[in-house]
Design a protein around this ligand. Structure first.
Ligand code: GLN
Length: 482
């Protein structure tokens, strides 16, 4: 049997286009793998067997008619906070456990137009709040490299599905690192595009000024193929960039490029094994002709505080809509409207979501507004300015993606402060709206993948993908499964 799960999108496309493989057979192949393997990982919340097979048949029709594109018939997975018409979309919450959206998110519409096949909806932290994918109402996700470890989060189901070969590529969302950090923990590539490059219409909101849909896949090349299909203007999202991304990006050689390495990311809090792997990655960039130089991002020490204030403030407002009236879970207890809301929200949300709603409401209280939200916004502006300064003399920056490799399930998820601090490497790109990509740069002594992040100027997603493709061509990547 061909190991289709190890193949790139372009290899699969070649087989589909020449007719040696049908989209239906490829879809059945992945559905069989999900049925056989996913009980070990819990990567999917919903598997859409019937819809996937119907989509595969439509894709075969497109291919026969010569109307296929690179994504026609390619089986993909989608994080369960992206709305899919007729397919339940839960945000891994009891609140939306039975919610079936009446419309498709723009990214889903665009993928369907290309004839891509949606295999199912992937598991995540409840409402995308978390970094370990253990707060799901449907149970936690396990890392395919070692099922006693977390896959990272919040897009842990998408990352685990890619790593275990339970889809070809997957969509995730990233508010403070939720695509990059699970990509690092699961040994795959993941890109959070520039803010405004991909429509958020139909993405169930966590923190609207930070949320961005992106791609997780086996390689930067596959990420680029999927991103090119979804990074298109959409009048339903007023926060989009005026121009579509240039993908593939201009092919610039690495020689002559300047890579900045902000020293603050490589300090005490970062594990030695991670620093070593990132140093190896940087040496590869030097070998390919890039100039690597130390730089500084002093605002980093305030970044986690600013991120948690701003994201929780926005979340408290975005999640106010779950009142038990319009959609989602409704408590059976309570005689008045106020009691209905209180009981619905008490029963429907998990602990971490409630913690953020409380934090966000507190920060937005009149009287506190300037002391908390106002200061956090000023830190955000300062970070943007510091990045803009660095990009006057650097083409891109490289940092670790996370301070450690994947840790054991239960090791730190109950300690919010430890969990929040672990986001230090990723949140600044969201606060500044920058594109950021995780690629794998080494393995720990225990054989766990280590990720490094490439961060670029707004709109330089294509440049990051090109650099990552060049790096991935020389880096020997391992598979999670044999
Ligand atoms: N771990 C971060 C948080 O808990 C990021 C989450 C995300 O990007 N969705 O908020």
């Amino acid at each position: 049997m061909m190991e289709y799960w190890k193949r790139s999108i372009s290899e699969l496309h070649a087989l589909l286009a020449e007719g040696t493989l049908s989209a239906r057979a490829l879809t059945e192949y992945f559905l069989e793998r999900i049925g056989r393997l996913d009980t070990q990982y819990g990567a999917y919340i919903t598997v859409c067997t019937e819809e996937a097979l119907a989509a595969a048949d439509r894709a075969d029709g497109m291919l026969k008619a010569g109307k296929g594109t690179l994504l026609t018939g390619i089986p993909l997975a989608v994080k369960d906070n992206i709305s899919t018409e007729g397919i339940r979309t839960t945000c891994a919450s009891k609140m939306l456990a039975d919610y079936v959206p009446p419309y498709d998110a723009t990214v889903i519409r665009l993928l369907k137009e290309q004839g891509a096949v949606l295999l199912g909806k992937t598991n995540m932290d409840e409402f995308a709040m978390g970094g370990a994918s253990q707060t799901s109402y449907f149970g936690g996700v396990k890392n395919p490299w070692d099922p006693t470890r977390v896959p990272g989060g919040s897009s842990g189901g998408s990352a685990a599905a890619v790593a275990a070969g339970l889809c070809v590529a997957a969509l995730g969302s990233d508010t403070g690192g939720s695509i990059r950090q699970p990509s690092a923990f699961c040994g795959v590539t993941g890109i959070k595009p520039t803010y405004g490059a991909v429509s958020r219409y139909g993405l169930i909101a966590f923190a609207s000024s930070l949320d961005q849909i992106g791609v997780l896949a086996k390689s930067a090349a596959d990420c680029e193929t999927v991103l090119a299909a979804i990074a298109l203007p959409d009048e339903n999202d007023g926060s989009m960039l005026p121009q579509a991304l240039q993908l593939p990006g201009e092919a610039r050689p690495l020689s002559g490029m300047t890579v900045g390495v902000p020293a603050e990311f490589m300090g005490e809090g970062t594990a030695q094994e991670v620093k070593d792997a990132v140093e190896d990655g940087l040496s590869a960039f030097t070998h390919m002709g890039a100039r690597v130089k130390p730089v500084s991002l002093p605002g980093l020490r305030f970044a986690v505080s600013a991120y948690y204030l701003i994201s929780s403030a926005e979340a408290s407002s975005n999640l106010a809509r779950y009142d038990g009236v319009k959609f989602g879970y409704r408590s059976r207890k309570g005689d008045t409207y106020d009691e209905l809301i209180k009981n619905t929200r008490s029963e429907g949300f998990g602990t971490e979501v409630k913690r953020r709603i409380l934090l966000g409401n507190y920060a937005l209280c009149s009287g506190f507004y300037d002391a908390y939200y106002g200061r956090a916004s000023r830190i955000r502006d300062q970070l943007k300015a510091e990045y803009a300064g660095l990009f006057t003399h650097c083409d891109l920056l490289i940092t670790p993606t996370a301070p450690t490799a994947a840790y054991t399930i239960g090791a730190q998820e109950d300690d919010p402060v430890r969990m929040y601090l672990a986001d230090v490497c990723t949140v600044t790109a969201n606060l500044a709206g920058l594109p950021a990509l995780n690629t794998i740069c080494g393995y720990t002594a225990q054989g766990l993948p280590v990720g490094m992040s490439l961060v670029g100027r707004p709109g330089d997603d294509g440049l990051l993908l090109n650099c990552a493709k060049a790096f991935e061509a020389v880096f020997p990547r391992r598979e999670a499964l044999a």
